[in-house]
Design a protein around this ligand. Structure first.
Ligand SMILES: [Mg+2]
Length: 272
């Protein structure tokens, strides 16, 4: 109640005063300080000040891709393109509800689609995946503050690489599933050694990323229950509901946002 009042009070202040307070916050940032500065009165989450503070201090932010960085599920878009939309959507739903092991669901969906390399390339050419509102701005702001950005996805690397390129994220910062093709570019299977091809793949992926890069504070952002599993090793899980609002994710999130702009405000307060 108290912090809500401060948030509303701040939002009614002249811009110059807010800016002075932001500058002050840069040198004395604290979880409660950030929360007081940014509270809109209707923030949702289990540990919002701490999540804001983790984002403020993060040396790496890991994003889920489907329904987070892009505004749809890439595998469903591929299935639709190949005329297997309904069959695959049902398996995707089962996988997300936890009724099927992730690796089994992935195998079944790929076995139905058997996508060739050229089919995927043609799809991406004709119907490029669309970025979610605000994500480009957030990623740019993170890069400007020298924060590493990673894409950690149960989707397919071949479909994510063009997205990463638009966002200036190096391919070395993508952890995703690798579809295997034969010499003629026909579907041959998928790489079962990728951590994201299995249940609990996201925490495993983040563990590997953290160990390899000696990150101290990682933040995971995503729309799904598998993203919430990434804490730990992530210091905070920020649930994203701008594409799909999932109650189960809202319940697990340290901070649940409907717009990436809320996160960008925190990032911009970081000292350079
Ligand atoms: Mg997702």
């Amino acid at each position: 109640m108290f912090v809500s009042r401060i948030g509303r009070a701040l939002s009614s202040q002249p811009v110059s005063l807010i800016c002075r307070q932001c500058v002050c916050m840069m040198s004395t940032a604290s979880p409660d300080g950030l929360y007081k500065l940014l509270d809109t009165g209707d923030n949702v989450g289990n540990s919002i000040p701490e999540a804001m503070f983790s984002l403020y201090n993060a040396d790496a932010v890991c994003f889920d891709v489907d329904s987070t960085v892009i505004n749809e599920e890439g595998i469903d878009a591929l299935a639709e393109y190949l005329g297997k939309g309904e069959e695959v959507a049902e398996l995707t739903k089962q996988a997300m509800d936890g009724d099927t092991k992730f690796q089994d669901a992935l195998q079944m969906r790929l076995d139905i689609m058997k996508p060739s390399k050229s089919q995927i390339e043609t799809l991406l050419d004709e119907q490029p995946l669309v970025l979610t509102d605000g994500v480009a701005n957030l990623v740019k702001s993170l890069h400007e503050k020298n924060v590493d950005v990673w894409l950690v996805s149960g989707g397919f690397r071949i479909m994510i690489e063009p997205v990463a390129e638009i966002l200036n994220i190096p391919t070395s910062h993508i952890v995703a599933n690798q579809i295997l093709f034969d010499d003629n570019g026909e579907y041959k299977g998928f790489d079962k050694d990728e951590p994201t091809s299995r249940d609990m793949g996201k925490p495993k992926a983040l563990e590997q990323i953290k160990a390899k890069n000696c990150y101290e504070t990682m933040v995971m952002v995503g729309d799904g229950a598998t993203d919430a599993q990434a804490k730990p090793p992530a210091a905070a899980f920020i649930g994203f509901g701008g594409v799909v609002e999932r109650e189960a994710v809202k319940e697990k999130a340290d901070w649940f946002v409907l717009s990436f702009d809320d996160m960008t405000k925190i990032v911009r307060m970081r000292p350079n």
